[in-house]
Design a protein around this ligand. Structure first.
Ligand SMILES: [Zn+2]
Length: 276
């Protein structure tokens, strides 16, 4: 783990055609970009599309592929494809890093409640000190060994009564999220949206029992049932393994002015915009 200030590349990046894309250049937000970010209706009703908009405005390029210039050229109507290919965990990083780039690293006078004494206090929060981790090799696959696995009891697909116990995912990306925006419900812990996103990021289903993979056709036919029908303990395993991917943390130690104790305070990267 390092301080955010020391990490200037995407923690995960995009693996595409044998290339690892992780270097990026920020675009300096101007007044008209800020106006697009301050779209209250969009932020309320389509937070995932709004997220893609913020990223498309904040990035000049990724490894030489233009982002903001392309977004501007199409009148801010279509999000450049490369933005939708970014892993969701890299989006959190870009939100925070982009805030530092445009507005500075200090969040001044944040009103916080102390988890120990329960009283509110005012503190500054230095985004640059957030812990951040980055991958030391390209991550295109996350292999999860399930405990109970997926077993289909009835049907005639030819996949029935086999224990499918190894799932391979690519890192879930912003495109997975945006495509399923209509079923996204803020604040829901695990819901249809998560099942759908995970099933889209699922690239291989294997069975140690038969020593082989499910065909792509069958995997696509089964769709989100491959996630939905798993036992809760297996879903926990999947979320745990995907959660181990490198990204930026969101908690920091600050001193409570009431009780004098060192306490951990979290910030939500999505609340950093609009701000200035
Ligand atoms: Zn306190």
């Amino acid at each position: 783990m390092e301080d955010l200030s020391k990490i200037d590349e995407l923690p995960i990046g995009i693996v595409q055609g044998g290339q690892w894309l992780r270097k990026f250049v920020f675009n300096d937000l101007d007044g008209s970009a800020m106006k697009l970010i301050h779209d209250r209706m969009m932020r309320r009703d389509k937070i995932l599309s709004w997220t893609a908009r913020v990223i498309a405005l904040c990035l000049d390029s990724i490894e030489g592929t233009p982002v903001y210039p392309e977004y501007r050229a199409n009148n801010f109507k279509k999000i450049p494809e490369i933005v939708l290919d970014l892993p969701m965990l890299d989006i959190s990083y870009l939100f925070i890093k982009g805030h530092v780039h445009n507005f500075g690293n200090m969040l001044k006078d944040m009103n916080t409640r102390c988890p120990l004494c329960g009283k509110s206090f005012i503190t500054d929060f230095d985004l640059n000190q957030l812990e951040c981790d980055k991958a030391d090799h390209p991550i295109s696959e996350i292999v999860v060994n399930l405990q109970q696995g997926y077993v289909k009891k009835t049907g005639e697909l030819g996949v029935e009564n086999i224990k499918w116990d190894q799932y391979t995912f690519r890192p879930p990306d912003l495109g997975d999220a945006v495509r399923n925006e209509s079923i996204y419900r803020a604040g829901e812990d695990i819901g249809d949206f998560d099942f759908r996103v995970l099933s889209q990021a699922l690239i291989r289903v294997s069975s140690s029992e038969i020593g082989g993979d499910m065909s792509d056709d069958h995997r696509h036919q089964l769709g989100d049932m491959l996630i939905r029908d798993l036992k809760a303990s297996d879903i926990v395993l999947i979320n745990r393994d995907i959660g181990k991917l490198p990204t930026v943390g969101n908690v920091q130690n600050v001193t409570c002015t009431n009780c004098g104790e060192n306490v951990r305070v979290a910030i939500d990267p999505f609340l950093l915009y609009p701000r200035g």
